[in-house]
Write a protein that binds this ligand. Structure first.
Ligand SMILES: *Cc1c(COP(=O)(O)O)cnc(C)c1O
Length: 406
């Protein structure tokens, strides 16, 4: 019996890896210098630590250390990339191409620019697996397009987009390519040269580092990409992001990247085995379950499933010792089904029935067995109380039923 509660929501955040924590600890106390203090050893020590982290991050994505800009997290990185490009290249154009399943950090940055009259945005659709068609990207480009923003891998359904192809199109047309790689960098091989990425956002807390620190990769050569800063101040980070550096957090991000790169191949094999076991266990025991996301082009730790005739929220409540997440985000007062799941063409019912399992570094096989069992029993219990499930079992076509309003 595994220890409860079980954490299986690793797309939302991850615990700090003990190796990362250990590396960070001295920077809370004795090594407290300001990396911008140029005239004493406290400052030099902090700057050295920051430079080391820059190298560790750069290595993970095949970039150069000087191309890494530290931020407070990927939300800021996405904002800086999108608003920064639109502002800098405003003489050249004002059109952005992105996609409907992007993270809110990207979608809301685009919306804000639209509302301010600073940009026009094309939101590309995705196929039933949640994937963008590179041909759609190509066709959406106009003379005024200054930015393509497509995520590497989706945070809800795990689908991995054909990023290298999209990047090639961007570079053929001389358009800047921004990629939100929060769920990919440190999880699957990411290479800014192979993938033709100009701006890349990543976040420490999704890869076993601390919360509140992230980075933006900004291509320096082939081509050199420019952004307007969104934060004014002391001119840190070569003027692109002012503010005293979060040295402790940055040390953690760097170490998290180093560890991620070192364990990636083995970790992926292990996660894939666990994920496939969880998926097979659920699909063998239950009928009317549907996979959301791409069957193969998907993050190893991701499993998003719709359980027909079951409300995701009710299922979550029943699984009170298992931390997973449902496709109905309480973003507002109303319970809205996830816009990502809906974009796959799944109906509202199935979108409301979706559960995301996010397997990570510290999940075990015993936990997978426990969760398989708990989910199966809970879904069966809820379906026993569902008249709709009864009717469907009896062969009644629910679409043909005339519902009477009381
Ligand atoms: C978590 C996440 C973000 C936001 O990152 P923060 O560092 O938490 O601001 C952006 N994009 C994706 C795809 C994410 O999963």
């Amino acid at each position: 019996m595994p220890k409860l509660p079980i954490y299986m929501d690793n797309h939302a955040t991850t615990p700090v890896d003990p190796r990362v924590l250990e590396t960070m600890l001295p920077y809370f106390s004795e090594k407290f210098g300001n990396a911008a203090s140029r005239n004493h050893s406290f400052g030099w020590e902090a700057e050295e630590a920051v430079d080391r982290a820059r190298g560790q991050i750069a290595q993970l994505i095949n970039a150069k250390p000087k191309e890494i800009i530290f931020t407070s997290g990927a939300t800021e990185s996405d904002n800086l990339a999108i608003k920064g490009v639109v502002e800098f290249y405003k003489e050249k154009g004002d059109h952005i191409v992105t996609c409907v399943t992007e993270h809110k950090a990207v979608l809301d940055s685009c919306r804000a620019l639209e509302r301010a009259g600073k940009a026009m945005v094309t939101y590309l659709p995705v196929d039933k697996y949640g994937m963008v068609d590179p041909d759609d990207v190509r066709k959406a480009l106009t003379d005024r397009t200054v930015l393509i923003s497509i995520m590497y891998a989706n945070n809800e359904v795990g689908t991995i987009h054909p990023i290298a192809e999209i990047g090639r199109i961007a570079h053929e047309r001389g358009v800047v390519f921004h990629c939100d790689a929060v769920q990919a960098a440190g999880k699957i091989p990411v290479d800014v040269d192979r993938d033709h990425i100009d701006l890349l956002a990543l976040s420490a807390h999704k890869i076993y580092g601390p919360k509140g620190v992230g980075a933006l990769y900004v291509r320096a050569k082939g081509p050199r990409v420019r952004i307007s800063p969104q934060m004014d101040g002391g001119g840190h980070e070569r003027g692109m992001r002012s503010g005293t550096l979060n040295v402790t957090g940055i040390v953690g991000l760097g170490k998290a990247c180093e560890v991620a790169g070192a364990v990636m191949a083995e970790e992926n094999r292990r996660l894939l085995d666990l994920r496939d076991k969880l998926q097979a266990g659920i699909f063998e025991r239950l009928d009317e379950v549907y996979l959301n996301g791409h069957p193969t082009e998907r993050l190893p730790g991701n499993l998003n499933v719709s359980f027909a005739y079951v409300e995701g929220e009710s299922l979550l409540m029943g699984l009170n010792d298992v931390a997973v997440s449902s496709g109905s985000a309480c973003t507002s007062a109303t319970l809205e089904p996830s816009y990502v799941i809906r974009a796959l063409g799944v109906g509202d019912e199935l979108a409301h029935s979706s559960i995301r399992f996010g397997l990570g570094r510290f999940n075990t096989e015993a936990e997978v067995d426990f969760v398989t069992d708990r989910v199966t029993r809970e879904v069966r219990r809820l379906r026993e109380m569902s008249p709709l499930y009864e009717m469907a079992r009896e062969g009644i076509d629910l679409k043909s039923v005339q519902w009477k309003a009381e």
